[in-house]
Ligand binder design. Sequence first.
Ligand code: F6P
Length: 366
Amino acid sequence: MNIERIGVMTGGGDCPGLNAVIRAVVIKARARGWQVLGIEDATAGLIDLDYRSPRGNRWLEVADVDAILTKGGTILGTSNKSDPFAYVTTRDGEKIETDVSDLVLANAAKLGLDALVSIGGDGSMRIAQRLIDKGLRVVGVPKTIDHDLSATDYTFGFNTAVQTAADAIDRLQDTAESHDRTMIVEVMGRDAGWIALSAALAGGAHACLIPEIPYRIAPLVRAIRERQSRGKLFSIVVVAEGARPAEGEQSFAGARELGKMPKLFGAGARLAAALEPQLDSEVRVTVLGHVQRGGSPTQFDRILGTRFGTAAIDALAQGNYRHMVALRTPNIVCVPIADAIADPHRISANESLLSTARDVGICFGD
Ligand code: F6P
């Protein structure tokens, strides 16, 4: 099929490297003579064509993306509540989730878009798959700081988030050591412990609690006391926001909002409340939160984002519509989106990073 116009959008939580992908998509598509529509706030810009007008959807030229490679965030805006299959609208004063996917297809046709590049995580890839099933041509580009998408060695954004978390641990270690404290560092990752495990390794943490391994307080207390008995009076405990005690659930902030995922909240504070009474030393909690989502992408994420962006244009040119670009080191390949969303990428018991972490004495509370 002859392509003349494509749309590009970013969906779900933002992460460093989104602009690197947008830049590469625009440069390569314009070189082929294709027009590129930047769609505002994920599918929100396709559900309502006047969305945020005049700042909203706009045709992008190379000049628009010239200086964005190193910038965090996304120039297109993003949203994690614009699933067209469960879009939140108000009826009779009450909020309800409605399927407005037909509108997305109709508006894409109205704009003359021949295909879309959808940059997003598992949620966006699921939406892309359903839109493809309805007849839209979409190529996916995998992003997420959580590193929880399958079928790619890495998503962009993860490397920068780990760097940010490891930098924070370095700083916290200085103050922990001065005050002989146990520092709990809460990191993101939802149901996957990749950020926690990688940051714990990179930052030299002493314990790490991840969603994949429910934890108990007793082994953690033993590990901290054992360090204290060796004169090491401070400890660093990394806890993933989705970690849970062996006899408990993940920690959430209230009920799920319509059209959104439930909000994980309070894992670090809950851990501190359980740990501090069992230690003779003080415990402090730092929640890194959205700091991990911002900032300039690392070199790794800039290069990966650029490779993904150009590969997405190749995939469209070759008609690989049901596909997502992926890193299979050292190559960029196309994989079916269905493979990427079939099973989330989690830390398994035989994960090699996990054995390395155990080998250097990191306690997982099990
Ligand atoms: O999926 C990326 C992520 O940053 C998760 O690690 C985190 O749980 C979630 O998004 C936070 O989302 P929000 O931006 O809606 O608070």
